[in-house]
Design a protein around this ligand. Structure first.
Ligand SMILES: Nc1ncnc2c1ncn2[C@@H]1O[C@H](COP(=O)(O)OP(=O)(O)OP(=O)(O)O)[C@@H](O)[C@H]1O
Length: 231
């Protein structure tokens, strides 16, 4: 089953076409790596799927929900881990988690169980009553990561998730992401770390100047990159 369908999407900002007629599909339980040089448009594409940036053309659907026609339902089926944590200065760590649980109508028992597990796993047990500014950069990233992973949604967008995390947190995040995939979640992922691509992704989509330059099985991408490094 197709979870996410992006069809002929164009995003224009300040008269610049940052995304140009991009199309791809993401199937249930599939991990698609969005790859490309700095500035290729990876984050912009994710923000367009979130509708944090308005697309100029094209359609985006999650399952049967169209981004233009049924945005609230569309959004409830989508979760996002941004490149930089976006936390609210006046809410404690625990309040961020509660806000996410409410936004996604999470069952209370499930929320408490999952939160307990994630908070221990990411070593944040003593930080639940802290405000974001009392946290280190890595801790803020962990809070944002937990927020994104709390709800069960069919589509998860993950932008550079490993930057700034210690090796224990990276291992733990990999484990959680693999669990999500086994449960059928589809993931669109960007990372510049080739080893993480190899362990996680099934396919790749190569963006260049906002356009799809190439796509295929992840093994093919490894061959392409090896070829480039040897040039
Ligand atoms: N708010 C904005 N206003 C104008 N241009 C922007 C804005 N955000 C991004 N851009 C431009 O869009 C292009 C794509 O940026 P984007 O952040 O999507 O790249 P990326 O592939 O995610 O790069 P990186 O690998 O460095 O994270 C760049 O040329 C960038 O300068």
């Amino acid at each position: 089953m197709v979870s996410l369908q992006v069809d002929q999407v164009t995003t224009i900002l300040d008269d610049k076409e940052l995304i140009k007629e991009v199309s791809f599909t993401l199937r249930e339980g599939e991990v698609l790596a969005l790859v490309g040089h700095n500035g290729a448009g990876k984050s912009t594409l994710m923000k367009t799927i979130m509708r944090m940036l308005e697309k100029r053309k094209g359609t985006i659907t999650i399952q049967q929900y169209d981004q233009d026609e049924q945005f609230l339902s569309f959004k409830k089926h989508l979760s996002y881990l941004p490149e930089e944590p976006i936390l609210l200065t006046e809410l404690t760590v625990m309040q961020h988690f509660q806000l996410y649980a409410m936004s996604y109508d999470m069952d209370e028992v499930l929320f408490n169980q999952r939160l307990d597990r994630f908070v221990k796993g990411f070593e944040l047990t003593t930080k639940l009553q802290a405000y974001p500014e009392e946290l280190s950069k890595g801790m803020r990233q962990k809070v944002q990561t937990i927020c994104a992973l709390l709800p069960d949604v069919p589509v998860l967008l993950i932008d550079e998730p490993f930057m700034g995390l210690d090796i224990y947190a990276v291992d733990y995040l990999l484990k959680l992401v693999k669990e999500k995939v086994e449960q059928g979640t589809s993931i669109l992922l960007t990372t510049h770390q080739l080893n993480q691509l190899q362990t996680l992704a099934d396919r790749f989509l190569l963006l260049e100047h906002g356009q799809v330059k190439d796509e295929g099985a992840i093994e093919q991408f490894e061959t392409i990159t090896r070829g480039r490094f040897h040039d």
